[in-house]
Unconditional design. Structure first.
Length: 267
């Protein structure tokens, strides 16, 4: 069994203690991180490598930044989302991971992608069209990757709450870029390519959240949104054994406003 997880750490240097503690406790095989908020040269590589993880990352000073961590050999395949050569924001990284097989089983190569979709607010600015275009470009890339028929896991902060059940107060959030119909339509288009939402595949209940705003006591009142997702190719979805949200890191002092989402694949 292999565990995959995605986590927007909201500054890897500020949360390095939380990240290290979580990696030690949870021992995920593959982790997709977002919002590193640091350049590659300043990433706390040694602390993470000491835990046995290989690292692929794209950094950016102060903003964005994505990474894939793996307890297996990995190689970087792509560090920019295709479709716009002028877009230099660090929001996408794609890695191939070679996982050891069991007795009499061959080694398996799978693909992990970490994405940090633009927030899109305010919706009356250029940020919202950029978000929608970014999601369309993501769809184009994933359409291509699906033709490879690999075990593919696309984890990240999608900045989309797919349905009203994923929002504590749908009416209050109806006009936000995270919940606008256009954003949700782009997310559904990804699923229509043949991808499976790992959490929803096994959990149909409402009010499962991965993000709680720092302000207004939202965490204490469990007023959150589900905007962090693990999307699986058919070859990965066929092996889905479990999924969930780990709320533990959000309980810590000075946490990220997101918490890890995970799934187990029987590989």
């Amino acid at each position: 069994m292999a565990r995959f997880a995605t986590w927007n750490v909201n500054s890897v240097k500020a949360r390095i203690g939380h990240l290290i503690a979580w990696l030690r406790e949870s021992k995920p095989d593959v982790v997709m991180l977002q919002e590193l908020k640091t350049e590659a040269e300043s990433f706390p590589r040694l602390e993470i490598e000491d835990l046995g993880y290989n690292i692929a990352l794209v950094g950016q000073k102060t903003y964005n930044g994505v990474a894939v961590l793996a307890r297996h050999p990995l190689s970087v395949e792509c560090t920019r989302l295709p479709g716009d050569e002028a877009d230099d924001q660090a929001r996408y990284i794609e890695a191939l991971i070679e996982m050891a097989g069991g007795k009499d089983l061959p080694r398996r190569v799978l693909r992990a992608v970490s994405v940090y979709v633009p927030n899109g607010n305010p919706v009356d600015s250029e940020k919202f069209p950029y978000k929608l275009r970014w999601l369309e470009r993501l769809g184009d890339r994933l359409r291509h990757l699906l033709t490879l028929e690999e075990v593919l896991v696309v984890g990240g902060d999608y900045n989309v709450a797919p349905a009203d059940d994923d929002v504590y107060d749908p009416k209050a959030w109806a006009g936000d870029a995270l919940c606008r119909p256009e954003s949700r339509a782009r997310y559904r288009a990804l699923l229509h390519l043949g991808l499976t939402d790992a959490l929803r595949a096994l959990h149909g209940e409402s009010h499962l959240y991965s993000y709680w705003d720092y302000q207004g006591g939202h965490w204490a009142k469990d007023e959150g949104l589900r905007i962090d997702h693990l999307l699986l190719s058919p070859q990965a979805a066929d092996r889905l054994a479990a999924s969930g949200i780990d709320r533990g890191p959000r309980r810590k002092e000075k946490p990220s406003d997101h918490t890890p989402v995970w799934c187990d694949l029987d590989l």
